[in-house]
Design a protein around this ligand. Structure first.
Ligand SMILES: [Zn+2]
Length: 333
């Protein structure tokens, strides 16, 4: 870590004192320098990490187009779009040709002070602390996009969340359970299974350590399989995930943390009318919808651990070893 200068004032921006920043698997990939299709790398070094966060408004630029005032509590949205293309105007910023992610493509929020455009900021619901709010923008927006916007979950459907310990997975469980779905989850080994089974709405936790676990899903669903799958694991779980889908079921993807080249049977997909749908980080409209959902339901993000900035390396290790259930958050100011 090194000290960086205070950011230059931006007349059209808002100065935020960052209280905390949630970690995401993407942060680990950026630090590792992973390359390949769909992997984001910093455009230059040195680099400031952090895709999401929350804090307090310190100053509002004289030409900023906003009703935010100093002292307001705000969340920082991860995605940056051009603001005027047809996707940005629909709130689908993650489809913008100039799409960038804070802390991945450009300097992020893991620092004390940051000037941001007001379009990246949303007020924090009253029931959330700033540390809880710091865990919302990336994971909850992605989960909302997967379950609701792209997944089109209907009342009474069965949902399977694969590798159910990360931030997106836990958020998807909360959203699906509140939406009236029957929720099943998979995890590797028994250590985390108890904590996942204790989440409200989870009906069954299946051990996905060894291939063939889709038979457990079929057993748990009376042979029918599930209607919707939330997948971020990738190659190690794809085959069993697809075989866990009911006829006409949808598998939603937001990541491939375990590998990018799965062993699949094409016939197992089309002959059972199954769909595979890509749903990376959602847009601004998903963000505002999921924050409204948190407000109305009074749900809170599940925080696994809060670590100070000095222990950011330990936080990355927790993510890398997948020891967490829920979000790991870095506290900053
Ligand atoms: Zn755009």
């Amino acid at each position: 870590m090194a000290r960086i200068p205070e950011p230059a004032p931006d007349a059209t921006g808002v100065l935020v004192q960052v209280a905390g920043s949630g970690l995401n698997r993407l942060d680990v990939f950026v630090r590792q320098g992973l390359t390949g299709p769909g992997v984001r790398t910093p455009r230059s070094l040195p680099h400031v990490m952090g895709a999401e966060g929350a804090g307090e408004v310190l100053e509002v630029g004289p030409q900023a187009d906003t009703d935010l005032r100093p002292g307001d509590r705000v969340m920082v949205f991860s995605g940056l779009g051009c603001g005027h293309c047809r996707y940005c105007r629909r709130g689908q910023s993650s489809r913008c040709a100039q799409y960038a992610i804070l802390g991945e493509d450009v300097w992020g929020v893991q620092r004390e002070h940051i000037w941001l455009h007001p379009q990246s900021l949303l007020r924090v619901p009253d029931h959330l602390s700033l540390i809880e709010a710091a865990a919302v923008p990336t994971a909850y927006t992605t989960a909302w996009s997967m379950v609701q916007t792209a997944g089109r979950l209907r009342l009474g459907e069965r949902v399977l969340v694969v590798g159910a310990s990360g931030g997106v997975a836990v958020a998807a469980i909360q959203i699906a359970a509140r939406a009236g779905a029957e929720v099943l989850a998979t995890t590797r080994g028994g250590a985390k299974a108890g904590r996942i089974a204790a989440l409200p709405g989870v009906q069954d936790v299946i051990d996905s350590s060894d291939p063939g676990w889709h038979l457990e899903v079929l057993r748990a669903t009376g042979g029918e399989g599930v209607d919707l799958i939330i997948e971020a694991v990738g190659a190690p779980t794809w085959r069993d995930s697809i075989q866990s889908l009911a006829t006409g079921g949808r598998m939603l993807l937001c990541g491939a943390t375990g590998g990018d080249n799965p062993n699949i049977s094409i016939r197992e997909i089309y002959q059972s009318h199954r769909q595979i749908i890509g749903a990376p980080l959602g847009g601004w409209s998903d963000f505002t919808e999921v924050v409204r959902f948190l407000e109305l339901s009074q749900e809170r993000p599940l925080i696994h651990q809060v670590l100070p900035m000095e222990q950011v390396a330990d936080a990355h290790e927790i993510m890398e070893d997948a020891r967490h259930v829920g979000k790991v958050v870095i506290s900053i100011c």
